[in-house]
Design a protein around this ligand. Sequence first.
Ligand SMILES: NC(=O)C1=CN([C@@H]2O[C@H](COP(=O)(O)OP(=O)(O)OC[C@H]3O[C@@H](n4cnc5c(N)ncnc54)[C@H](O)[C@@H]3O)[C@@H](O)[C@H]2O)[C@H](O)CC1
Ligand SMILES: [K+]
Length: 482
Amino acid sequence: MITGERMAAVDANAAALGVPRKQLMESSGHAVAREVRTIVDPGARVVVVAGRGNNGGDAFVAARFLDDYDVTTVLLGRAERIGTDIARENWAALEQAEYETRAVTDSSEFDRDAEGFGLTDADVIVDAMLGTGISGDLREPAATAAGAINETDATVVAVDVPSGFDADGGDHADNGVEADRVVTFHDSKPGLEDLEATVTVADIGIPAAAERFVGPGDVDLARPDGREGRPFIIGGGPYTGAPALAAQAALRGGADLSFVAAPDSVASEIQGYTEDLIVQPYEHDVLRPEVADDLLETAERYDNVVVIGPGLGDAEETLAATQEFLESSTGRVVVDADALAVVPDLETDATLVCTPNRGELARMGGPDTDDLAAAADEIEAFAAELGHVVLAKGANDVITDGERTRISRSGTVGMKVGGTGDTLAGLVAALLEDTEPLEAAAAAAHVNGLAGERLAQRDGHGFVASEVVNELPAVLWGGSDE
Ligand SMILES: NC(=O)C1=CN([C@@H]2O[C@H](COP(=O)(O)OP(=O)(O)OC[C@H]3O[C@@H](n4cnc5c(N)ncnc54)[C@H](O)[C@@H]3O)[C@@H](O)[C@H]2O)[C@H](O)CC1
Ligand SMILES: [K+]
């Protein structure tokens, strides 16, 4: 089962792996033609009703695979307004090859002339008006066309989803097409099983890697569409760099404001790094239990995305305070570095994203290995037992919520420089604002690694974490096509 928006991400990942959308469209269209062949014999009358997006593009391909049928392809709209190159190219091929095509420019034509389109004597109608690109109830001329299609006795074959069906939410527009068959691509869509139609899931050659490995489609999904979120970064000890890097990375990753809580002994030093941070000192030199309550109260005031940075090694005090803080948290918390030690025995309603490096993963009870990708199943089982998202950092990062597991292959040996874990933790916090934890962690791991790759291309492996922070926006908004 996959939603429409995740499908778009998988398409983009497939393209980045070398399987372009036009190839997927060819496979999609062929699958639709094969379905038609199971319903009627050659010579039968088939009417394709196509929209101006890739859903229509699929059906232009299908028409090409139905040469031995009496096919008319009807485009709702003008050809020059077809929305994508690959759909337009497939329409042009139909016209060049003198297939029977017709463009309808307004719904009155449809109303007045449903007969004329041969809808009424069609044996099969291919519904290719709208697929996963739909937004809202059917608009004209699709709405009128859907009504005309629903009134015929033809067998209706829907491309990907019946027009009007929302592949993210799973509900179907009241004025949507009632299909007899649905040929959906790659994986079923939530809610299709509730329709009357017979659903065929067509394999269109998308490599499993497009879902397994994090790619540009995942970054597209997690990209903040504006400035939002106010993560709260808690530095647990006297380190000044870690919370500062995490807080700056959160800002670079799209957060509105970034608050840092740090021991008063170092708070002014952290503020000294940059005016962009709002640093709030807490008494004592480390995170102590009596401080935890105040921090909790503060955290509640923010968008409950919190990053707990490194503590003081395994100092009892700090760990007790961290445990107390996490047990009482209810929001989304990125837990990094020494704070991770308390997570295995934690009872909390908070949604944690744990970002262990190899040693921290092993100490938490996860597998102790350099090759995280090879241990992905073990890490998935560990995350399932832990009950939280684990972003295990290594040459390849393994990101898992205990059920779904992704691997990010981005990054470079230069990323081992100190502080890149802090930039990652801050970036996760920024993306957690409006992206689900697994997706936010996967995209952050990928973007952080791509930032390092860009720096390595420019400066070899001598870059430092503060440069990774500054590189994040270019990767997140620069349309990186890695
Ligand atoms: N997932 C895959 O592996 C592949 C999917 N393919 C097909 O691509 C469509 C999605 O195509 P997209 O261009 O994103 O959008 P659509 O064609 O679904 O629709 C866009 C089209 O519709 C208009 N529109 C949007 N909302 C409405 C509305 N409420 N009423 C009327 N018209 C509306 C919008 O203006 C556009 O013109 C997917 O379903 C698959 O069929 C690819 O072929 C490749 C592989
Ligand atoms: K459709």
